[in-house]
Structure formats: C-alpha cells, structure tokens
Design a protein around this ligand. Structure first.
Ligand code: NDP
Length: 286
C-alpha cells in the first residue's frame, strides 16, 4: 500500500515557518506582509477559496484585504482597483480569483498586477523568470507539489516524470519545475496518442486534468509516486481528484489524497510568495 502524502501536515509545517519569519520581519522592520484578494461574482467554490486564503493570512500574521465585487463589474473598474492596490504600500501581493466573468480578459488583469506583487506568478515577467530558472515567486500549485516531494524526500533527478495537463497555471509550470530539478519530463494533453502507454513510464506521475477517476490503476507503473492536482466535485457533492485513489494506492509507492493533498499546499505557497514579496520590498528600501 502506498504511503499517503499528507498535504495538510506539510502545509502546517510550512505555514508555521512563515509565521515565525513574519514575526521576525515585524520585529526587525515593523513590516507586516499584506495580501489583497479580489473576487468578482459569487461563484461558491471561489468564495470558499477566498475564505481559506483569508484564514491562512490570519494564521501567518499577515494583513489582508478582500474585495467581493459584483458579477457585472467592468474590466476598467477591476483594473482601477488593481492600480490602487499596486500603489498601496501595505499590500505586497495581489490575487485575483479565477475564473472571471466573460466581460473581463483574465490576461489583461494578470498583466495589470505589478510583477513584484504578482504572487500567483502568472504574468509575463514572472513566467519568463521561471523559464530561465531565476525567479522570486513560483506558481503556487506546482511549487506546492515540489514542496511535498521535498518533504517526503522524493528525489526526481534523473527520473521519468509525466505531467498530464498543459495549462499555464498548473501543467506547464509543473513540468518546468520538475525539469529544473533534473527530471526527464513528458507533458501529456488531450491530443496525446496512447496516454496509458506514456503514464505507465512515469516514476512520478502528476495529473492536472479535472476529471474524476481519469487515471486508473492500469495507467500507473508499480511503485510510482502519484500526485493528484485535480479537484472535482462528485454528484454527492464530495470532492475527488483525477486519480482512482482506492485502486491506485495499491500500486503506487506514494500518493496524494483529494482533499488533503495538493490543495492545502497551494495556499501555503501563496503565503510564502506574499512573505517573499514583503522581504524583497524591505531589501529594495535598504
Ligand atoms: P485546464 O482545464 O486548464 O487544463 C486541463 C488539461 O487537461 C488541459 O491541458 C487538457 O488538454 C488536459 N486534458 C483534458 N482532457 C484530457 C485527456 N482526455 N487526456 C489528456 N489530457 C487531457 O485545468 P487546470 O490546469 O486549471 O486545472 C486542472 C485541475 O486541477 C482541475 O481539476 C482544477 O480544479 C485543479 N486545480 C487544483 C489546484 C489545487 O490547488 N489543487 C489549483 C489549480 C487547479 P488540452 O490542453 O489538450 O485541452
């Protein structure tokens, strides 16, 4: 049976370190890291994510602001708020909760955030830095996966790593971070011919597709490390990932559950990026 990778435990370990660093920063300089979270519309899943982010800020000792804007907010109105937050010295990170309503172009919004406050690491400057391996922030979900691997002492160097999914926020940066750690990386997507043949090669398999039970046990190499990024809601309202967890755990060496795997790490890494942003602001001042 696979060892369960406990994302809750690791996220608390990381948030406790962040809390301690935050207290030190405050004592040394009076600075308190500040995060602004903007939600447009009333998507219920997004509301939960925003609430969780606010709670994490409280836990870590951060200052936080949250903005809940109506679903008919125009792009200009949102850009005006971002501009004000860019200029607000008490804010080190700005996060706009996706998805946005149709009238708003998500890329325009992402690009409006100053790179030094782009704690999601989605804008062109930060994506470019990640490609070059010279970054201040990493995108939260892939960075969270790397932290999980590190915590469980899973070395990916020289290993075959397969990432299923090529989105800009998960799949592509995930592949890049594995590559930076010297893995041999394959990225799969909806046009991949014979997906099971590729996933069965994986020593480390990361799934970021968004379909329940998409990865079945026969697609997993015995002894593989299986990381489930997917978050799906079953008809009974419960959450599940992309992996057929019950069967996969009989084959894998390590596996992340959903919930309680990658999800909590995403928020912990957002806190880490916000603290890093505040620390860099202090450096620029000195
Ligand atoms: P996207 O919908 O942007 O991307 C999904 C990817 O899956 C695409 O690249 C798509 O390929 C690929 N795909 C779809 N069908 C197949 C198929 N049949 N075979 C192979 N690949 C396929 O999703 P995201 O990357 O934004 O998110 C993925 C999942 O991760 C979702 O469940 C999301 O909720 C979850 N998520 C979880 C987070 C966390 O904190 N744990 C954070 C962010 C996301 P193609 O490009 O060809 O269409």
């Amino acid at each position: 049976m696979a060892q369960i990778i406990d994302g809750k435990e690791v996220s608390v370990f990381i948030k406790d370190k962040i809390k301690a660093r935050t207290a030190q920063l405050k004592e040394k300089s009076g600075l308190v890291p500040g995060l602004a979270v903007i939600l447009v519309g009333s998507d219920s899943a997004s509301q939960i994510y925003v609430r969780n982010k606010k709670q994490a800020c409280e836990y870590c000792g951060f200052y936080s602001e949250s903005y809940e804007l109506p679903a008919d907010t125009t792009q200009d109105q949102l850009l005006e708020l971002i501009d004000a937050l860019n200029k607000n010295d008490s804010i080190d990170g700005i996060l706009v909760q996706m998805p946005l309503p149709k009238q708003i172009d998500p890329q325009a919004v992402t690009e409006a955030i100053l790179p030094e406050k782009d704690v999601d690491a989605f804008n062109f400057v930060n994506v470019g830095r990640i490609m070059l391996g010279e970054y201040n922030f990493l995108p939260c979900t892939p960075a969270g996966v790397m932290e999980l691997l590190r915590y469980y002492k899973i070395d990916v160097s020289g290993k075959e790593c397969v990432v299923v999914g090529r989105s800009n926020i998960v799949g592509k940066p995930m592949a890049m971070l594995l590559l930076h750690e010297n893995a041999t990386v394959t990225i799969c997507h909806s046009k991949t011919a014979d997906l099971p043949a590729v996933t069965r090669r994986a020593d480390v398999l990361v799934s970021a597709v968004g379909r329940p039970c998409f990865i079945t046990a026969d697609m997993i190499k015995p002894g593989a490390v299986v990381i489930d990024v997917g978050i799906n809601r079953k008809p009974d309202g419960k959450l599940c990932g992309d992996i057929d967890f019950t069967e996969a755990q009989k084959i894998a060496s390590f596996i992340t559950p959903v919930p309680g795997g990658v999800g909590p790490m995403t928020i912990a890494m957002l806190m880490q990026n916000t603290l890093t942003s505040a620390e860099l602001k202090l450096k620029r001042r000195n």
